[in-house]
Design a protein around this ligand. Sequence first.
Ligand SMILES: Cc1cc2nc3c(=O)[nH]c(=O)nc-3n(C[C@H](O)[C@H](O)[C@H](O)COP(=O)(O)OP(=O)(O)OC[C@H]3O[C@@H](n4cnc5c(N)ncnc54)[C@H](O)[C@@H]3O)c2cc1C
Length: 347
Amino acid sequence: MRRHAAIIGGGIGGLATAIALGNDGWRVTVHERDAALPATGTALGMWPAALRALDAVKAGHAVRATGCPQESGEVRRPDGSRIVTIRTPAGGPVHLISRPALLGILHRAASAAADLRFADPVDDPARLDADLIVAADGVFSRTRERLFGPAYRARHSGATAWRGTVDGMATSTFVEVWGRGVNFGVTPQEGGRTNWFAAAAAPAGSFHPGAETAVLRRMFGGWAAPVGPVLEAVTEPGILRHDVYVTPPLPSHVSGNAVLIGDAHAMTPDLGRGACEALVDAVTLAACLRETSTTAEGLRDYDRRRRPVTRRLARMAGAAGRLSRVRHALPVRDGLLRASMLAGPPA
Ligand SMILES: Cc1cc2nc3c(=O)[nH]c(=O)nc-3n(C[C@H](O)[C@H](O)[C@H](O)COP(=O)(O)OP(=O)(O)OC[C@H]3O[C@@H](n4cnc5c(N)ncnc54)[C@H](O)[C@@H]3O)c2cc1C
């Protein structure tokens, strides 16, 4: 009889897992809380390891054809001077693709491989009858809390983020600008759009509904291009504002027949790697289950292969975020950033 996997969450990690397991002969059900895929969203950088994971679920070609390839980027100061060049790792360029486009590609493939149920939230995995339960329900994962307890609830990282896109203003470069405790990034996005993001330290929930544009213009006013022109073009309805949350390190990413993937064990977005690692989690999980004789053995193997890597990246992302929000001794900060780039981006 076919083994049955129940996947909680139909985001990037959940859909990729559905394709990978479905292609391996599993009967797969995806339970997604939302009624439909998101219609709007900003760009995600797909690093070479993520593109290889997408190839494994036969979605790499569509992502490369849709996304904007990027060989390098720069970190600058507000006056436009360069602090450091960011080189992408060996293995090819990073491809920037919007979340809706990526989810659309994954959804098309997952529809053929799995039973996808929208508007179907799962707050207690015990209600699911399956050989394998995959918690792909994001940073606020209810499944993680049920399995590991309230000590592993997501915690505010101390940072907040704004994101959006600007139409009719194409850019071909990835630029991140670091000021005094605040930063602003600009990247290309498919469809000739410009993707932007900003981050600052702020207490959780200190939002300004209807007035975020004014907050951003106060914070980043007078900064050199591309920040200035992008800020001029930003309009209030298009702004996404989220506080940044992380999960504490877990003793395991597996509990019984349940396994956490992607943001169910989240890092901060400072390396731009969360979605990439969700994809790598998905295909590694499928490979571990394929290469071992029991589900329990496969899950142990997955935990052994993925938990140390994602913990290391989470530590590096946290450190990068702290460095980017330094308010004093900026020349020392710039030197540390340059030194950290000498080894190249983390594999
Ligand atoms: C500002 C910012 C910039 C970023 N930039 C990048 C980048 O450049 N590159 C990159 O790789 N990553 C980036 N990330 C990280 C990336 O967005 C996440 O790591 C990624 O979305 C994680 O995917 P996921 O599928 O694990 O979780 P999610 O995308 O959060 O998906 C979880 C899914 O589960 C569903 N769900 C939640 N609860 C339930 C429930 N109880 N029952 C059923 N379904 C449920 C949700 O509706 C959602 O569809 C960025 C993040 C931020 C905040």
